[in-house]
Design a protein around this ligand. Structure first.
Ligand SMILES: Nc1ncnc2c1ncn2[C@@H]1O[C@H](COP(=O)(O)OP(=O)(O)OP(=O)(O)O)[C@@H](O)[C@H]1O
Ligand SMILES: Nc1ncnc2c1ncn2[C@@H]1O[C@H](COP(=O)(O)OP(=O)(O)OP(=O)(O)O)[C@@H](O)[C@H]1O
Lengths: 215, 215
């Protein structure tokens, strides 16, 4: 895919680089020359330009792109640019928002998808802080998710049958991460080892409880 | 747990609120009165103060807290504060970083964990952009992860046995999300319905392929 990323702050620059690494053709735009120079080597094209200037956007051939991501925090600028891009006929315009009012306006002017990077990360970090052995967390429903939990010491050397998490905590083990190996939907006869990380699914409270579980 | 969050920008304010919702006692601090007022109703205590002023921190009793999260983007301020908190004896000090150099310094002055909210979110969004039917993505290993993928139209009405993703794409279905219901490690006889979201595990390339799969 051809993707344009406008605004190369912490979020935009990492997005442009990750998309390039996934094999997409990336046009990175920022009004700040320094931001453009820093990214020039990791993307297909890097250009200094003002994203809210219609004539410049047309000259850059932005209408040829499959998707544009408006990644700057300035509320007025991002709304202006999203409106312009939809008027120019781009099929998919995504944007990041600072708060829910900003998101509401972006959606009204035609944004196809809006993300809140800081908020979504804050929710994940809040889950991880609460339970030190929860390495990472991925929300599936409001109070239900997938957690990556370091195997509790008391479980090392035991089989999945004997730790019996399904009945004790109503948590299912989906994967055992053992270094760079993944044991997907492991057999109940599998024995847990020190250093294993369990990828489990369950209620948030049950995942947090697994964290301080002493069998 | 008692957790102090200093710096109530987009990330810090969402972190303080999420931690409060998870039932923790939260002290929220910011040097800007407006930020403090906005959060006052959703946390236990909200105080206007400068996080880099040692006398103020001691007066606030910050040493009584189990964990402090330094959530401001100002590099010098966050390094100063992290150093101070470790000198005052706090057991767990976490901080957010703007880039890898900032993270390196935070770790050297004693930060117990450092996150890059914008970078981590950018990686997730990059995976999601690449494949429109991939609703969300959670990295397990460098090129292997868990994806939430809207069920491809051609699969509706078919059983898991007949779509046979394991052999076709080397992707395993861990969960079927059906509205607010979760079918965990579903039976192979389960029939897929319109609107289902499949939580699958596999290589990044296989998850992206599932996105445009026409049986
Ligand atoms: N109209 C514009 N055209 C092009 N680039 C712009 C425009 N407005 C802002 N930018 C650029 O977007 C980048 C990010 O902007 P800003 O700092 O406002 O957002 P932010 O949300 O704080 O970023 P992040 O959180 O990703 O670091 C900056 O590099 C800035 O130069
Ligand atoms: N020394 C300090 N003591 C207390 N609060 C501070 C201090 N320095 C900055 N802050 C506050 O931290 C908050 C976030 O700061 P800043 O805008 O620098 O970070 P940011 O990384 O851009 O935030 P975000 O991306 O989370 O919106 C602001 O509300 C600011 O008032």
């Amino acid at each position: 895919m051809n993707i344009a990323v406008i605004g190369l702050g912490r979020f935009g620059s990492n997005l442009a680089t990750s998309l390039s690494e996934l094999g997409h053709e990336v046009l990175a735009i920022d009004s700040d020359e320094r931001a453009v120079q820093q990214i020039a080597e990791s993307v297909t094209h890097a250009v200094q330009a003002d994203g809210t200037d219609e004539a410049t956007l047309v000259e850059l051939g932005i209408t040829e792109y499959d998707l544009a991501f408006v990644a700057f925090g300035d509320i007025e600028g991002s709304i202006l640019m999203t409106t312009l891009l939809k008027q120019l006929g781009l099929k998919r315009v995504h944007a990041k928002a600072r708060n829910s009012l900003h998101r509401e306006i972006l959606e009204r002017v035609g944004a196809d998808q809006v993300v809140f990077p800081e908020r979504e990360m804050a929710i994940r970090v809040a889950h991880n802080l609460a339970a030190p052995n929860v390495v990472d967390y991925f929300e599936l429903l409001a109070d239900y998710g997938i957690g990556e939990v370091k195997v509790p010491e008391g479980f090392v050397g035991q089989t999945l049958t004997s730790v019996n998490l399904a009945d004790r905590l109503n948590v299912s083990i989906l994967v055992i991460k053992r270094g760079s190996q993944l044991l997907i939907t492991p057999d109940l006869t599998e024995t847990l080892r020190a250093g294993d990380v369990l990828v489990v699914i369950g209620r948030d409270s049950a995942i947090a409880e697994l964290d301080n579980f002493r069998p």
